[in-house]
Design a protein around this ligand. Structure first.
Ligand SMILES: Nc1nc2c(ncn2[C@@H]2O[C@H](COP(=O)(O)OP(=O)(O)OP(=O)(O)O)[C@@H](O)[C@H]2O)c(=O)[nH]1
Ligand SMILES: [Mg+2]
Length: 198
């Protein structure tokens, strides 16, 4: 697996040329979007991560195996961001999600301990309305210590996932990487007449 940084876009004009199928990571600030991306490509320091919310502030594009783009977005719901900034982010994210033809799959990333929050549900409804394919990743699953806690948590997530099976993930243990790659692989298979060659 070979992943490389392409560009950090603060404006839509900086988005790279359309072409390769794109997978976007969306969710609340500090939920673990960048950590998920790094884990999927086994490159810890590729996307910046931080214990401080609001770490990713631009839309960052990465090329994976020369075959697809991973797109790391700024998180929403970070209260300390000044309002003017928030509006700019919203415009940037909205323009990406509404106009990007290459966008093939979105991951809504949710914190296992918090459940669906209002802005997650808004995002889900928005993606549904626009007909954007999405999957749900429940991250920081390692924070739920007992098996029964994990089961209960995932069942609750499922209710709001509109028929999807939420995928548990942990950046600490690597749990869930295979299942998440399988959902990405479906796109790659669609792109290639001969998936064996990918
Ligand atoms: N225990 C645990 N911690 C995690 C996990 N994933 C991420 N973290 C931690 O959560 C914090 C935030 O991770 P990031 O990947 O930077 O989160 P983000 O969603 O990209 O945040 P923004 O860019 O601010 O929107 C960091 O301290 C990570 O180490 C996980 O699966 N388990
Ligand atoms: Mg981030």
């Amino acid at each position: 697996m070979q992943a490389e940084f392409i560009i950090s876009a603060a404006w839509p004009e900086q988005f790279p040329a359309e072409g390769l199928p794109e997978v976007a990571f969306l969710g609340r600030s500090n939920v673990g979007k960048s950590s998920l991306l790094n884990n999927l490509v086994s490159q810890k320091g590729l996307a910046y991560t931080s214990a401080r919310p609001g770490c990713t502030q631009t839309i960052n594009f990465y090329k994976v195996d020369g075959k697809l783009h991973f797109v790391d977005l700024p998180g929403y719901g970070y209260a300390k961001v000044p309002k003017g900034f928030k509006d700019a982010w919203r415009v940037l994210i909205d323009s990406y999600l509404s106009q990007r033809n290459s966008l093939e799959l979105c991951f809504i990333v949710i914190d296992a301990r918090r459940g669906w929050m209002e802005m997650d549900l808004e995002l889900r409804d928005w993606l549904e309305f626009r007909g954007r394919p999405y999957e749900v990743v429940v991250t920081k699953i390692d924070k739920l210590k007992s098996q029964s806690e994990r089961h209960r948590g995932l069942a609750a997530f499922r209710e709001q996932s509109n028929g999807r099976m939420p995928m548990p993930f942990s950046a600490l243990t690597g749990q869930g990487v295979r299942e998440i790659w399988q959902s990405i692989q479906k796109i790659r298979d669609r792109q290639s007449p001969n998936p064996q060659q990918m």
